[in-house]
Design a protein around this ligand. Sequence first.
Ligand code: C5P
Length: 232
Amino acid sequence: MGKDVIIACDFASKEATINFLDKFTDVKPFVKIGMELFYAEGPEIVREIKERGHKIFLDLKLHDIPNTVKKSMAVLSRLDVDMTNLHAGGTISMMEAALEGLTRPDGTRPLLIAVTQLTSTDQERMENDLLIKEPIDKVVMHYANNAKIAGLDGVVCSPLEAGKVHETCGKEFLTVTPGVRFADGDIGDQKRVMTPSEAKKIGSDYIVVGRPITAAEDPVAAYKRCCKEFIG
Ligand code: C5P
């Protein structure tokens, strides 16, 4: 499994997304499409970006009863995405059903990655709102291990957790890590960040980078810098 940089295309419309992707002429980055763009433009935006030659991580974070998730994943696999995700909180049965739905008749399937606890959930919210009393680090590793038991390929996590996830779930279990910033860049609203080269050292498999590339004066140069630091 090769290391790669995934650009978070957090744009509100097809027009803004295509304008951005048009800047890339000699390279076709792996891109992440999230809920905002998908709900605004529908599955057509996925087909269009795929046709332009990009790999796609469809970040829709499914969480429902196993049967519904299974059927929805079957639809996503027909969209020919390369990676998609769900909430590990949906239980091992839901994750197993998702994998079943995602697997195409020829046995191939997109990578399936779990979200453990959202980074917007802290210890206090988890204890008070969700009544989960264990330390959050332990909960994150437990959910990661559940994803592994269900047969998933990896988890979305902070680059600071990537080393621990690999220790707990094995070297082959993928870590997809947002919260990446250049050493000389703005951290914006991210709290716990790492540079691409630090993420490489700690063993992240994929880094998800949004604004350091999308808001850069020269996004192609920023993307290439990211690749150079992370992949080498
Ligand atoms: O612009 P920035 O690099 O902060 O974008 C990071 C991307 O990763 C966004 O699409 C954000 O929603 C996503 N993400 C995150 N933290 C998580 C999970 C996803 O920043 N824990």
